[in-house]
Design a protein around this ligand. Sequence first.
Ligand SMILES: Cc1cc2nc3c(=O)[nH]c(=O)nc-3n(C[C@H](O)[C@H](O)[C@H](O)COP(=O)(O)OP(=O)(O)OC[C@H]3O[C@@H](n4cnc5c(N)ncnc54)[C@H](O)[C@@H]3O)c2cc1C
Length: 155
Amino acid sequence: MYAIGDQKMIDAINANTEGLAEKLMERGIAWKANSVEEAAQAAGLDAAVLAETVKTFNGYVDAGVDADFGRTAFNGKVEDGTVYVVKLQSAYHLTFGGLTIDAQTRVLNTEGNVIPGLYAAGDAVGNFEGDIHQSGFCITQVLWMGRTAGQVAAK
Ligand SMILES: Cc1cc2nc3c(=O)[nH]c(=O)nc-3n(C[C@H](O)[C@H](O)[C@H](O)COP(=O)(O)OP(=O)(O)OC[C@H]3O[C@@H](n4cnc5c(N)ncnc54)[C@H](O)[C@@H]3O)c2cc1C
């Protein structure tokens, strides 16, 4: 997919990570141009389709709602002037799921009973992360689970 925007989008990207937009351009996955049509050409997209898409999007900004997807929060229209196209690709960062353990890292069966002699730690475990990923949480889990599993198993 492609993100299309003007200077506002680039400022927002750079506000999070200084110089990121320029790095993306250096890597050839973002393009800067003077109009939507030129931006489409630089990115290898159909200029007429992109111009129509931008026009439709700007209409949604005016209306305060995106009739296609129900979006209501916007960072303004894609204005004439400097236009950017950024190529995006979705990726799975992590998956969560796996064995269920207790606080001593002993693996539990489907009835919630300890399976003797079986311990698990780190990403093999599915029941400690909860529904929301917290950055940094995994490494701390890995450390205490590995240490705990070793200690409990040694006993
Ligand atoms: C892109 C990315 C960014 C992340 N950023 C963060 C972060 O900022 N903070 C944070 O807390 N967590 C982060 N994580 C999550 C964190 O890295 C993992 O939760 C953690 O590394 C899991 O550790 P682990 O020891 O359970 O598994 P792993 O680190 O996956 O270790 C498993 C090891 O077992 C080896 N192995 C597999 N099969 C075999 C086999 N049959 N025989 C022998 N060896 C085998 C593998 O080669 C690997 O070295 C990130 C993960 C990713 C992918």
